[in-house]
Ligand binder design. Structure first.
Ligand code: FE
Ligand code: FE
Length: 281
């Protein structure tokens, strides 16, 4: 039997952090600019596209689906995440907690429902995979279906030339191993924080929240409108939620500092409304 570790992180440490959001007054079209990005973002995607094969995804699902690595609260996970800087993201170089509160606060200011504000707060908690020793290319970055042809709309598409599945003709037709319009629930996505967090929270949140969490990094679909031939009516009905969420995820950086200790009572109540004290990770 695998050992279940209980991670206890003091909430007071988290409360004592005063977050200063990035002062980005850059125009929206300058986000996700991969043409003029850094060498490290390129290297991230080279590794990601090289290693994310069908076989790799199936191995990760076997490893993480049992959710038997840890028992942890949402706040433990948030704190653990704060040491992580996302190497795939050309727009953010500060800690994940800043991004979590900024996304949630922007949703809250625009009067969105409580479940959507909560989704903003937790949507990247799956990046926890890094503390289990996973490399960044197996945790962050855009996601895409494996087991069928890689769409040319995926960022740094050329790096798929090195992917083992590219040499497997069975997996490189339009549908590959899937049936037309089989629904994304039947499609294996490249492994990362989206699918992992979906597994952790799927018993507790409304369908729309779960869909956002599971596919928010699938930019080829929600930004480029690719892979419609794998989607079913359910996917088509849900895509509007991801498109809405994506704007908050990307453009929520504000010049005003975010004071966590002031916000904490609201967010503690919100987390308690939907989640038990500890969850299986
Ligand atoms: Fe994310
Ligand atoms: Fe995010």
């Amino acid at each position: 039997m695998k050992k279940v570790i209980s991670l206890s992180v003091s909430l007071t440490i988290l409360i004592s952090i005063t977050l200063h959001s990035q002062d980005t007054s850059k125009p929206t079209q300058d986000f996700r600019d991969y043409e003029h990005t850094t060498e490290s973002v390129r290297e991230f995607y080279r590794l990601n596209h090289l290693h994310q094969t069908l076989n790799f995804v199936l191995t990760q699902k076997k490893k993480y689906y049992p959710l038997n690595k840890m028992r942890m609260t949402i706040w433990d996970a948030m704190k653990a995440l704060d040491i992580i800087v996302d190497e795939s993201d050309p727009d953010v170089d500060n800690a994940q907690t800043v991004h979590a509160f900024q996304t949630a606060e922007r949703l809250r200011k625009d009067g969105h429902p409580r479940w959507l504000i909560l989704t903003g707060l937790i949507h990247d908690l799956g990046k926890m995979l890094i503390i289990f020793g996973e490399p960044q290319w197996a945790v962050v970055g855009d996601t895409f279906p494996v087991g069928c042809r890689y769409s040319s709309t995926i960022v740094f598409h050329d790096y798929f030339l090195e992917n083992l599945d590219t040499n497997n003709p069975r997996l490189q037709t339009q549908y590959g191993m899937y049936k037309p319009n089989c629904g994304l629930d039947n499609v294996h996505m490249s492994w990362g924080h989206d699918e992992y967090l979906y597994q952790v929270v799927k018993r507790y949140l409304p369908d729309e929240a779960l869909y956002i969490i599971r596919y928010h990094s699938f930019y080829a679909a929600h930004k480029e409108n690719a892979y419609g031939y794998l989607m079913d009516d359910y996917d088509r009905s849900m895509m509007k939620w991801i498109k809405l969420f994506s704007a908050y995820d990307l453009y929520s950086k504000s010049p005003e500092p975010v004071n966590v200790s002031e916000l904490m009572p609201y967010y503690q109540e919100l987390v308690t409304e939907f989640f038990p004290e500890e969850l299986n990770w």
